[in-house]
Design a protein around this ligand. Structure first.
Ligand code: URA
Ligand code: SF4
Length: 230
């Protein structure tokens, strides 16, 4: 038996219908949510992607890392942060003295968004829109409620926009713990509102950067700040 609610996917989506909520189970722990997320059709991104990539890690991790969306490799393997950005993140965690095994890793958006490059048949990552990010947010809020971490690190702008508000940009306050804003009723019991957030850059941005070393050092410094804040 699946715990998924009986929502059917609309053929076309309008603003109101970009929303994962009808696909969330009414009860259950992370495994139930993971199973239900596999069938989410809350926005059009499920159509082209291979499958939903849910978060992974200890069910009660003290630290949660939130990325943007699965990439090409993650989409194929169904596992978050296993591609190039994930490898860089693993190294940065190690350099910051954080054991990856202790961390819950997830993404703001659970399906891979891409465009196809005709000539080389490559799938090129495309950033999710704010509508898609907000549609997928109920899954992230559920993960927050269930894992109930003490600290969240948002990697890049999409994760920041999802949890800190639509106008979020990675800026001067990166690396600095701040309170998680009210996420509404759904998350009301998540750690009693005590969760803090540390924004930082996305590991993919480090990979794309002209000045990789400096940006990598910044990522490690922000992760170290997270380790110290725990
Ligand atoms: N980038 C992300 O944000 N998440 C992944 O899982 C992989 C790459
Ligand atoms: Fe559902 Fe999120 Fe996938 Fe959209 S991206 S279909 S909201 S899981």
């Amino acid at each position: 038996m699946t715990s998924r609610s009986a929502a059917t996917a609309p053929e076309t989506y309008d603003d109101e219908r970009y929303d994962a909520t009808p696909f969330l189970p009414r009860r259950g722990g992370l495994p139930a949510y993971r199973r239900a997320a596999a069938d989410c059709q809350g926005c059009p991104l499920h159509r082209k992607a291979s499958g939903t990539v849910f978060g992974r890690g200890p069910a009660h991790a003290r630290l949660m890392l939130v990325g943007e969306q699965p990439g090409d490799r993650e989409d194929l393997e169904g596992k978050a942060f296993v591609g190039p950005a994930g490898k860089l993140l693993s190294r940065a965690l190690r350099d910051a003295g954080i054991d990856e095994e202790d961390v819950y890793l997830t993404n703001a958006v659970k399906h891979f968004k891409f465009t196809e490059e005709e000539t080389r048949k490559r799938r090129i990552h495309k950033a999710p829109s704010l509508r898609e990010t907000l549609a997928c947010r109920p899954w992230l809020v559920a993960e927050l409620r269930l894992v109930s971490p003490e600290l969240i690190v948002t990697l890049g702008a999409t994760a920041g926009r999802s949890l800190l508000g639509p106008s979020f940009r990675v800026g001067a306050d990166r690396g600095v713990p701040q309170p998680l804003p009210d996420l509404g009723e759904e998350a009301a019991d998540a750690a009693g509102g005590e969760i803090r957030v540390i924004p930082t850059v996305h590991p993919s941005a480090v990979l794309r950067s002209q000045d990789r070393e400096e940006m990598y050092a910044g990522l490690v410094a922000d992760l170290r700040a997270a380790a110290e804040a725990l």
